[in-house]
Design a protein around this ligand. Structure first.
Ligand SMILES: [Mg+2]
Length: 255
């Protein structure tokens, strides 16, 4: 892996789209959720003004911007409200993409997840480790204080399903078929792009496939994920901030 400092103009020659993971990359990590009975409280983070300007500038330079997250669409729309005209949103781990008000669904997980949802609800009932279920359409997301063996076992028993633990929640998904990589492949079709036209940045294990599906993978946490380049985690800047600074500098901007 090379350090981001070693990126050159040559590395950007074929890049037409930049894909950003959200948590830990373009906003700080962590979602606050509280569920009491039927009342769910979610704290939303909003993208900072500096990142808004950087994304607008990349757009002006001709780059397509794709946001790829495990979060739901409603939340991404809130977070990126100011820059919706300039981005496409791939949500719930590659399940669907919103672009200019149109939704492209990439997978139908309804029949596969319907039963396990009720099983997980039963496990969660009166389980103090479970914080709550984040509202989702295509995946199941259960927030927990720490890893939960019962949840893992229940999902393991379901053929073809898997869990991803991200430090604060489990995503329950269809193994291999419901991934950020699938989402990216579909997005590449929508925009008629090849692998070498795509740069992707992510910070966690669940971004591995996403990064591998891109021609230029950027690791935002080299202890967890491999890339062609890595962004060093020291300092006050978010990884997406550092990457955008570098690209805009190579493209002749001072940002
Ligand atoms: Mg992340």
């Amino acid at each position: 892996m090379k350090s981001l400092n070693q990126m050159t103009k040559e590395d950007l020659k074929e890049i037409k789209m930049i894909v950003f993971d959200v948590d830990g990359v373009i906003v700080p990590r962590g979602t606050k959720i509280k569920q009491v009975g039927n009342t769910t409280t979610l704290q939303t983070k909003i993208i900072a003004p500096k990142q808004i300007e950087q994304i607008k500038e990349l757009y002006r330079k001709g780059f397509l911007i794709n946001i790829s997250s495990g979060r739901g669409l409603y939340m991404l729309q809130e977070m990126f409200r100011e820059i919706l005209p300039f981005v496409s949103l791939t949500y719930e781990c590659g399940s669907a993409t919103w672009y200019k008000g149109k939704i492209h669904q990439h997978i139908n997980s309804f029949e596969r997840l319907q039963d396990v949802f009720f099983k997980l609800k039963r496990i969660a009932f009166k389980n103090k480790n479970v914080r709550g279920f984040e509202p989702k359409e295509f995946i199941i997301t259960v927030h927990c204080k720490k890893k939960d063996q019962k949840i893992e076992e229940t999902v393991q028993k379901e053929r073809g399903l898997c869990t991803h633990w991200n430090g604060e929640a489990y995503d329950v998904l269809i193994k291999k078929d419901q991934t950020k990589a699938l989402g990216l492949q579909k997005v590449m079709k929508i925009f008629k792009l090849k692998k070498q036209n795509v740069m992707a940045i992510g910070d966690n294990y669940n971004d591995h496939e996403l990064l591998q599906a891109s021609g230029t993978p950027i690791s935002a946490d080299k202890t967890k994920i491999q890339g062609k380049f890595y962004v060093s985690l020291q300092g006050e800047f978010l990884p997406a901030d550092m990457l955008m600074q570098k690209i805009l500098l190579l493209k002749g901007n001072k940002v």
